[in-house]
Design a protein around this ligand. Sequence first.
Ligand SMILES: Cc1cc2nc3c(=O)[nH]c(=O)nc-3n(C[C@H](O)[C@H](O)[C@H](O)COP(=O)(O)O)c2cc1C
Length: 148
Amino acid sequence: MATILILVGTESGNAQMVADALQPVLAGAGHAVDVTDKAATAADLQAHDVLLAVCATHGSGDIPTNILPLVEALHRDKPDLSGHRYGVIALGDMTYQDTFCGGGKKVDQALELCGAKRVGDRLEIDASEQPLPDEEALSWIEGWKTQV
Ligand SMILES: Cc1cc2nc3c(=O)[nH]c(=O)nc-3n(C[C@H](O)[C@H](O)[C@H](O)COP(=O)(O)O)c2cc1C
């Protein structure tokens, strides 16, 4: 059993909806799961074994403002997360082309910078093709949850 912190980066609620759908699935697999859309601190991250970032993209490939302080702190302070595993679900829209899923990609890079090890491939959900991001995430989590 792992202690999992789901980090939500959202402006308009889709990423929160995905996180809320995944929480009971991971809990049902025996993990202790917290979900936060607040600016988590390095101490919050250290208190969990596994991190799952569920992050939208806004502006032009930008990180949602609610999770920006965490990502800035990871770059600035580089807390040692080498004992941590993580996954990333990036929400975006292919009509933005060059900046597709930029927010989730940036969170992925920041966690890797701190030494955390990603489990599985990043899931990138395209809102122009997939109006129900929670359904795609629920399918992806079936494989991910067996690896953490
Ligand atoms: C103003 C605005 C800018 C956006 N910019 C991007 C972008 O640069 N790249 C991208 O892949 N998606 C972009 N998106 C799409 C969102 O990431 C996508 O709709 C996502 O599902 C929103 O999630 P949220 O409701 O959790 O904020 C943008 C959406 C809006 C409304």
